[in-house]
Design a protein around this ligand. Sequence first.
Ligand code: CTP
Length: 422
Amino acid sequence: MTSVVLGVSAGIAVYKSCELLRLFTESGHDVRVVPTRDALRFVGEPTWAALSGNPVTTEVWESVHEVPHVRIGQSADLVIVAPATADVLARAAHGMADDLLTNTLLTARCPVVFAPAMHTEMWENPATRANVATLRERGAIVIEPAVGRLTGADTGRGRLPDPAEIFEVCRRVLAGGRDDLAGRHVVISAGGTREAIDPVRFIGNRSSGLQGYALARTAVARGAEVTLVAANVTLPDPAGAKVVRVESARQLRDAVLLAAEHADAVVMAAAVADFRPVRQSDSKIKKSSAEPDPIHLTKNPDILAELGEIRRARREAYAAGDGRHGTPVGRDAPGEAAPGGPRVIVGFAAETDDVLANGQAKLRRKGCDLLVVNQVGENLAFGTPDNAAVVLTAEGGSVEIPRGPKEDLADVVWDLVAQRLA
Ligand code: CTP
């Protein structure tokens, strides 16, 4: 039985951690809840004891004969702190040991996950940013808070993500234990763009966003900082990813290019409309119009090709000794700036015929490093939990991924990305 420590600090979101605790215990984990003193003002000790079936202590001075201040951390397979307040992040980052939770964090040799929850101002404060960066540098996974309603009337970034999403991150950390993307920033596009015809109609596609979201979830679990640019996806935000919502191809382009400036890898899983109507009607097109006007289309930017092109130009400028662009591509070590743009660019392609030949040609045309070629049809790809694909590499290699969950495909993609970044 795996041994999980659930650290709980004093935020209003503590009530959601009761559900997180249930998810752990119902899936067979032995959970020891370690609240801070003030967390007990929100949810009391009897609730944690009853739900976990274990004693609950906040201080190092209780049950001293069992040496809890070192034993709990030493014997844990995972420590998850949810909610993690600005105060607990600060104390953890500075190695303080003033209660049982911070002692446990200092003695834990297992993966540590923090799920912060606080007001936007506190999350964005330079002190908190520095503490989060320190914890991430030391290998902790700090899940990005969600955006939404906060305590009182405020809304913004700072909400504790859905307990099921936090549980999913922890489950994957416990299962894989890989942190080969720690310190890396990855950008993922997901979903399908919509090109407006009028205020109520659009040209769209059938992409659900499931594959892009699986990529985001798995990257978070492997330690990456994740920006997920989501085009018209209705799935819940993956815990830990910074989600940027867009509708059209041009909005997707702007969001991806902006995030890519500081990314180690970009994975373009979104289905981007190749064309958009030349003209968008400001008012709803009425059926009473005598003859319907044909919809004239114009080309959308090819974002993947543009990413490859920007990188190629920067490499050339660097080779020619033009110092303006810094290092040629990406950064050499986690923590450094990435002036040259992403070191690894991954495209997706859905093909129905001549899958491999079309895929190789597309990989070269778009200047990417890896191309995941989906075989569309037979209930694969769109809207299904499963996928099958071949990943083509710029060196001419290929890796076959048999039909299986989209999470498995995502892990193979990250294996290949991590190899290239290593
Ligand atoms: N893509 C993009 N911008 C576009 C179209 C596609 O960035 N305007 C990206 C997709 O996100 C995907 C890859 O390019 O990663 C391949 O998309 P696909 O639609 O298969 O390629 P196309 O360029 O549309 O090629 P074709 O129509 O010839 O299949």
